[in-house]
Design a protein around this ligand. Sequence first.
Ligand SMILES: Cc1cc2nc3c(=O)[nH]c(=O)nc-3n(C[C@H](O)[C@H](O)[C@H](O)COP(=O)(O)OP(=O)(O)OC[C@H]3O[C@@H](n4cnc5c(N)ncnc54)[C@H](O)[C@@H]3O)c2cc1C
Length: 440
Amino acid sequence: MAEAIVIGGGLAGSEAALQLAKYGIKTDLYEMRPNKETGAHKTDKFAELVCSNSLGSYETTNASGLLKHEIEILGSELMPEITESKVPAGGALAVDRELFSKKITQKIEENPYINIIREEITQINPNIPCIIASGPLTSEELSKNIKDFLGEEYLYFFDAIAPIIEKDSVNFDKAFYMNRYNKGDADYINCPMNKEEYENFYKILVNSPRIELKSFEKGAKFFESCLPIEVLASRGADTLRFGPLKPVGLQDSRTGIENYAVVQLRQDNKAASLYNIVGFQTNLKWSYQKELIHAIPGLENANIVRYGVMHRNTFINSPKCLNPSMQSRINSNVFFAGQITGTEGYTESIATGLLAGINLARYIKNKPLLILPQETMLGALTNYITFEGHSSFQPINSNWGILSELNADKKIKKNKKLRNELLAKRALSSINNVLNDTLL
Ligand SMILES: Cc1cc2nc3c(=O)[nH]c(=O)nc-3n(C[C@H](O)[C@H](O)[C@H](O)COP(=O)(O)OP(=O)(O)OC[C@H]3O[C@@H](n4cnc5c(N)ncnc54)[C@H](O)[C@@H]3O)c2cc1C
């Protein structure tokens, strides 16, 4: 009889099941492939990489690279196989995807604590401790059941998301803080455009190519209230000026100039280091998004930490229903991991799978759950997705902006390379302390 269940043998579920096994927990791992396909996966293997074969940087001075080092220290079971399946790819950690998923499949199949069940789960059984790691393409039946379990408002399906930028890269000689009609505090950052600047922006926008949709995404209906900017722009040159780029009530008190259009940025994290571009959901190719954003006055040098993307994406409203330990607030037997929690990316999925696996094992063994400090990349990610103050929660990947602030003078903070080196050093020392104090 299984002590735990893991739903989904993707990146998060594979890591979680192997962690549970490491702690001696008998686990049933449910994977619906090959009986039922997701539309994106091509094989019946565990831990399949659905798109690119690159897991991003492995340098500690890169946010995703730092996360990899953190999970290696915490004992990730997937990381050694990633290293062993490595292919040359410059600074990126890319793998032979077939070799990698073959190795993970073998590791799982040979593990005496893991029982593989090739079935679709359509209903959660909260009486048995479980981890839901069914990914962004969770089957329809299970999605419905998760929705019922968490409550109607707790499951989102979004097609397009807006880019996020680092506040430190905004040029405040041009941008200014203000709420429309000066209502309340000056929460928004506003980037004003004159007619000529808007026309230039519009020209780039309508001439930028979109990312080709996958076959299973074609025909996806947009929400009328959440249309990609390129779709709005195709309806006419002024549509955006009467929509998300509306200038009324946003006059810069420094200049008193009536603006032709205004791009607004909204705070995206507690530390106010990240801002998303309001109403800017897009599916343009990333290099063109960059060109477009850099054509906005005040954002000429904007550092983009997340680009707009569009694909079917099922994710729960983690700020409302998850704790930073990955345990659900509604039922302590139920944990979530992977992209379904609103963390974005391969490494992030492995990382949250690792944390959920460790914590479910600790929960079963009556040990206190692990909540990682916000000075670590994994701790910052889990804090970000479970922070209740988001005005609109959207998936995020690892980035420097979510870490707790560095205690250093301004000169050091302005030197990005040095700042990142110090942040990484602090994060790794913190993870080592967690390992020595809690896990060993
Ligand atoms: C089309 C697409 C392309 C992406 N490309 C990239 C990329 O290039 N780089 C990147 O970093 N990230 C990418 N991502 C984002 C994300 O990193 C991946 O989706 C990643 O695989 C998520 O890991 P996961 O473990 O959460 O989910 P998955 O790896 O998708 O694993 C979930 C597993 O659950 C199974 N499952 C689903 N429902 C059920 C059920 N009811 N019962 C049993 N099993 C079930 C699925 O078959 C699947 O094997 C992409 C996402 C999508 C959708």
